[in-house]
Design a protein around this ligand. Structure first.
Ligand code: DGL
Length: 264
């Protein structure tokens, strides 16, 4: 048993999609979340800068005495997960492997689409991970650089969002029976994405799949929460406006939360 919190990092509010799944699947676990909204989006930035920012988020979480770190960000996972995982002595989990293996399981035609940030698509990591497990699977990646700003600005339900998603996903239509939401911000746009791609397409939420793996790792290392507290205390930190973060977070999580501003 280990009652320390689990650390979550993301460039902004996207990691909340993973946190929500964790709260649903493991309601006794406590979360410390850091979202770097002041520097989001990470996707268009050079790899070296993303690596530096990610390390800063990791160092911050380590000051909170976390028992595990979840990279609730595909872009940070693509760039820095391997090296961070090797250097820490607590488990570090990324969102890409769980998303890749679930997509293989779900696809009936062997044609998988991946939506992600410019860096995630450019890194080619989803194709590599998917084809390492299933070499005959065809993978089509599509960068969607306009999606994260829509979510970070709390415009993810607007008519502008519908227009942008429609325009961006035109070229993905009909190319895959299973599409990975390869950025943790995208589940907030899920109803619109599903509508544009068609109800017959299976969408894979890489974050939700990751929550299941967190549970497996907690069991494996025997570091589950002892379940003695009635209400877990989650802590949320943002590098930008706590008010803006709270608005999106409370709407998405369906509960009141406490958010603090920090400077990295
Ligand atoms: N939530 C992120 C991801 O999963 C990051 C997006 C960004 O900041 O560009 O990739």
């Amino acid at each position: 048993m280990d009652n320390r919190p689990i650390g979550f990092l993301d460039s902004g509010v996207g990691g909340l999609t993973v946190a929500r799944e964790l709260m649903r699947q493991l309601p006794h676990e406590e979360i410390v979340y850091i979202g770097d909204s002041a520097r989001a989006p990470y996707g268009p930035r050079p790899a070296e800068q993303i690596r530096k920012y990610t390390w800063e988020l990791v160092q911050f979480l380590l000051t909170k005495d976390v028992k595990m770190i979840v990279f609730a960000c595909n872009t940070a996972t693509a760039v820095a997960w391997e090296e961070v995982k090797e250097q820490l002595d607590i488990p570090v989990l990324g969102v890409i492997l769980p998303g890749a293996s679930s997509a293989i399981k779900a696809s009936k035609t062997g044609k998988i689409g991946v939506l992600g940030t410019a860096m995630t698509i450019q890194s080619d990591i989803y194709r590599q991970k998917i084809q390492a497990l299933s070499p005959d699977t065809q993978v089509t990646g599509l960068a969607c650089p306009k999606f994260v700003p829509l979510v970070e600005s709390n415009n993810y339900q607007s008519s502008l969002a519908k227009k942008v998603v429609y325009e961006t996903l035109k070229e993905m239509k009909g190319r895959a029976d299973t599409v990975v939401l390869g950025c943790t911000h995208y589940p907030l746009l899920r109803p619109i994405i599903q509508n544009v791609l068609g109800q017959e397409v299976t969408l894979i939420d890489s974050g939700a799949e990751c929550a299941r793996d967190i549970s497996v790792l907690l069991n494996y290392f025997e570091i589950n929460h002892s379940r003695t507290v009635a209400q877990p205390r989650h802590l949320f930190y943002t590098t930008a406006s706590p008010k803006a973060f709270r608005e999106i977070a409370e709407n998405w999580l369906g509960k009141d939360i406490h958010v603090e501003h920090i400077t990295l």
